[in-house]
Write a protein that binds this ligand. Structure first.
Ligand code: PMP
Length: 380
């Protein structure tokens, strides 16, 4: 199988698999228990916290584990609102956020009197930092914008936006969903001027069931749930030690090669784009400056799902758009918000690379796209 859907999830790396096995066979205790089985499990979470904090160049106390990025985003959005809404009721976000940011913000807009400003990109899909900065004022509670868009790989100028916003209005809380950037591009939480940040384990070759909220020291947010006080009260509930420990071990294993992996992805992306450009039935939707890990393109007159299943029959896995955007709200397809025409959005495929992608995978895809275009055109 050729797997080119790494923005949805990634194959667990060896270190992650080993980590899970250890928590299932040896250290399977509850980290809150006071006896030695509990302590052994707790030590694994301490290890994971340290590894992940190190990768963000943050203090371990700033790391809070959740069940994934969706829970982390929801908790942070609600937490940032709760601690500011009595004085400030405006929220600034990008118009291309993942549903786990867009939907909780929409809830605040529809039910809690939040005034939400959504920033759109220019026609070419590129966001202008000044649009975000100018939308903020002393009535703004928080700003949330993703580091890298999961549909097109568009990189948002987060550092520029947050640094300027913090300078002008130090009380505005800044949050970035860094899920598609973590361990793919090098960044430090503090360098981005982010007060809060979200990442997810299964996007970086760990396993499903663990995400992280980074919350800057000194910022006190209310949790979404009440319970047994785990994660210093920010996320009560028994921790998923298998997923948390695997997250930490994957980070430890992959962190030293972030730059090499990025150069590989750049090379793969460059060659793949060149080949796509020779095919007159393809329109590339991702901007040139996008993250090399994601390439979105449209196949003329063939709906996404039709081509997706043709490729699937040839053992090639791609996406017709974010798995999270293919649910009930199809009219809300994020691609059209990134400058892609509705017709091209209907014909769009997303491929997303990882450290396991090799040039041959993309060569096979190019041949399959040519064959698919010819066959499916005839049928149409
Ligand atoms: N944010 C972004 C940008 C994502 O791509 C995803 C996963 N599609 C999420 C949040 C949600 O992550 P999780 O699956 O860990 O809830």
């Amino acid at each position: 199988m050729i797997y080119l859907d790494n923005a949805s999830t990634t194959r667990p790396c060896e270190a992650a698999v080993k980590a899970v096995m250890r928590t299932l066979t040896d250290d399977w205790g509850n980290p809150s228990s006071l006896h030695k089985a509990g302590l052994a499990a707790e030590l694994l979470t301490v290890d994971a916290r340290r590894n992940i904090a190190g990768a963000l160049t943050a203090a371990p106390e700033c790391i809070y584990f959740t069940s994934g990025a969706t829970e982390a985003n929801n908790t942070l959005i609600r937490g940032m609102w709760e601690c500011s809404f009595k004085r400030r009721r405006k929220i600034v976000i990008s118009d291309a956020e993942h549903p786990s940011v867009e939907e909780p913000v929409r809830f605040l807009e529809e039910n809690c009197g939040a005034e939400v400003i959504r920033i759109s990109p220019a026609k070419n899909g590129i966001f202008d930092a000044d649009d975000f900065i100018m939308a903020c004022d002393e009535n703004t509670a928080f700003i949330s914008a993703m580091l890298i868009n999961n549909e097109t790989g568009t990189i948002l100028p987060i550092k520029k936006i947050f640094t300027a916003v913090k300078k002008l209005y130090p009380d505005i809380i800044t949050h970035t969903d860094a899920v598609q950037g973590f361990l793919k591009h090098k960044f430090k939480a503090a360098d981005l001027a982010a007060d809060c940040l979200t990442i997810s384990g299964h996007k970086i070759h760990a396993v499903k069931g663990a995400g992280v909220m980074y919350i800057k020291k000194g910022l006190s947010l209310k949790p979404l749930m009440q319970g047994g006080g785990q994660e210093r009260g920010m996320r009560p509930g028994t921790e998923s030690v298998p997923a948390i420990y695997a997250f930490g071990e994957a980070v430890k294993a992959l962190k030293p090669t972030v730059e090499t992996a990025l150069s590989n992805a750049q090379l793969l992306n460059k060659n793949f784009r060149k080949k796509l450009q020779t095919l007159d039935f393809i329109t590339i939707n991702s901007p040139e400056e996008a993250s090399p890990y994601i390439i979105n393109f449209s196949v003329k007159n063939i709906r996404s799902e039709i081509m997706l299943h043709f490729l699937e029959a040839k053992e090639i896995c791609v996406s017709s758009g974010s798995a999270c955007a293919t649910g009930s709200n199809k009219s809300n397809k994020p691609l059209t918000k990134l400058g892609v025409s509705p017709k091209n959005a209907d014909e769009a495929l997303r491929i997303s690379l990882s450290r396991t992608t090799v040039p041959g995978d993309l060569e096979v895809l190019i041949s399959a796209l040519k064959e698919g275009y010819q066959n499916l055109q005839k049928k149409g």
